[in-house]
Design a protein around this ligand. Structure first.
Ligand SMILES: *[C@@H]1O[C@H](CO)[C@@H](O)[C@H](O)[C@H]1NC(C)=O
Ligand SMILES: *[C@@H]1O[C@H](CO)[C@@H](O)[C@H](O)[C@H]1NC(C)=O
Length: 396
């Protein structure tokens, strides 16, 4: 089971651009440069030691290898780190210096990273998973569930600040990057790793702000929307670990979705290549209406979110309109923007507590006829048949 941190990861690629800028603007860039090789990774404390242990949570680090060779770090309790982040830069044969290492988009996170993580956790625990995703972490999950992946291993999913349809996002900086084909330009220049702390990207952000008149004084805000509830201490801790690199190709994919308002696979930009990859001239769609109607969802979205715009969330909810009523819980928080869901000072009460209540409700109560003649039945509650305090023994 994951807590809010978990999700940070699955998503961070989205937040990263802004956070970087915020830092640059404040001339505070740089307590940490991202490691450029595996050697550097070894020097870097894991997330357990640097972020989770100090909060007195138990934390174990695991590694998982995807079918296409990326070596991901996983934290028990909390966090899965998609490939390319500093915690997951390993690969069985490629180095981050190879262009091929960055030849992926979130489609590959769906087809490779997510299965590796699900299978590993499921094997280790022999329990169905609760999935908690934020931002890109919701996109990966929705896409996977729409293809009926993982359903046998899944108990319920929590989606915070959902990114699915993104055609109506209002984030000035993201829109400007999309309209000006900036990811495409970087790709043409041979910049395959989008490192938000790297010189190329920092310079690019400064250019966008200057040329487009986007107010970049508060880059985090111009990217995510006005977060109501961020405490500067938390933001600084966050900035020590984030933003993380992603592939430029992933950003091109997201930009395509902003432009065409659809949730489809990466568009290679010409029919021939699409046919080669997909056997059809246009990239296949992920059909949100194909998500099984009985999958328990908790979906939380914010009125001030510039990336997960309410109109886009409404499109998503429209495509889930046949979902079983008692399996879809939505939460709307008028003052929340994109980062509040993971960093808000009150996120525990606002988001985590209701989410935990929801997840507990998905746990089954089973009644079994007991063997002992002195006991009529045993009620087991708690998830996955784990007996908790609520086991009741009823005597005849
Ligand atoms: C932010 O939150 C931390 C932890 O809850 C607290 O110790 C700190 O005083 C807060 N800082 C500000 C500026 O509110
Ligand atoms: C999406 O799936 C739904 C339900 O299975 C189906 O009715 C609809 O035609 C599909 N839409 C597309 C565009 O394939």
């Amino acid at each position: 089971m994951a807590n809010a941190l978990a999700t940070i990861i699955l998503l961070l690629t989205l937040l990263c651009r802004s956070a970087t800028g915020a830092r640059t603007k404040a001339s505070a860039l740089g307590s940490q440069q991202p490691p450029s090789s595996l050697d550097a990774l070894a020097d870097d404390n894991g997330i357990c030691q640097s972020m989770v242990d100090p909060q007195n949570y138990d934390c174990e680090e695991h590694t998982v290898t995807t079918q296409d060779g990326y070596i991901l770090s996983l934290l028990k309790i909390t966090i899965a780190n998609t490939c390319g982040t500093k915690y997951s830069r390993g690969h069985t044969s490629l180095s981050p210096d190879d262009p091929a290492y960055w030849d992926w988009t979130w489609d590959n996170l769906v087809s490779s990273d997510l299965p590796a993580v699900f299978n590993y956790v499921y094997d280790q625990t022999a329990q169905k998973l609760h999935y908690v995703g934020h931002s890109q972490g919701t996109l990966m999950a929705l896409a996977a569930f729409s293809r009926e992946q993982f359903l046998v291993m899944l108990r319920a999913a929590v989606l915070l600040s959902p990114i699915a349809y993104i055609g109506q996002m209002t984030s000035p900086i993201a829109k400007s990057a999309v309209e000006n084909f900036l990811a495409e330009a970087l790709y043409q220049l041979g910049v395959y790793e989008f490192d938000p702390r790297g010189d190329a990207v920092v310079k690019l952000l400064q250019d966008i702000c200057q040329k487009t008149g986007v107010d970049c004084t508060y880059l985090l805000t111009s990217f995510t929307g006005p977060n109501c509830c961020l405490n500067s201490t938390i933001v600084n801790v966050f900035l020590d670990h984030e933003p993380q690199p992603t592939s430029t190709k992933n950003l091109i994919h997201l930009a395509q979705m902003v432009r065409d308002g659809k949730i489809s696979m990466y568009d290679y930009g010409n029919e021939g290549q699409n046919i080669e990859h997909y056997g059809q001239a246009t990239p296949p769609l992920y059909n949100m209406s194909s998500i099984p109607n009985n999958l328990p969802f908790f979906l939380s979205y914010g009125g001030a979110d510039a990336l997960s715009d309410m109109r886009d969330v409404k499109l998503l909810l429209d495509s889930l309109k046949d979902h079983d009523g008692d399996k879809l819980v939505t939460q709307y928080r008028v003052d929340y923007a994109h980062a509040d869901f993971v960093m808000g000072e009150n996120a525990r009460e606002v988001v985590c507590d209701p989410q935990m209540t929801f997840l507990r409700l998905q746990c089954v109560h089973t009644f079994k006829k007991a063997r002992s003649p002195r006991i009529l039945s045993v009620e087991t509650c708690g998830c996955n048949g784990v007996k908790r305090n609520c086991v009741t023994l009823m005597r005849v």
